[in-house]
Unconditional design. Sequence first.
Length: 152
Amino acid sequence: MKHADILVVEDNPDDLELTLHALARQDWVGHTAVARDGEEALDFLFGRGAFGGQAFDAPRLILLDLKLPKVDGIEVLRQLKEDRRTKSIPIVIFSSSGEERDLARSYQYGANSYIQKPVDFEEFRKTIGALGAYWMVTNHAPPDVLTSTGSA
């Protein structure tokens, strides 16, 4: 598997298409990987299942939906923030849910940001552009050694 700068974890084909379309229009986007459920995201990140034997190579950003099949987004978030190899990866919850409970639980388990997906296409595109520009360009990511070895 090729290195991913951004991992998009999204099961809704329409939202995934919009997200990838919006990301493709940004000049700061390198390679984007996609996981269509929580189990696939965890397998990709931890080198399990279909990704077995893959060397650990943390993405710079994870866009994570909450309502996912197999393993929901909260559980994915919990596991990623508990593991020394992945805890410092910025995780942005990008969900259609505006429920206070989802917002609270996301931050409780270590989300770096929570964004409710806009319904309007143009707003959706702008939101992806703004969040990506912040996390990929403006924000200073932790040194690779922190995410690759877990040293902190």
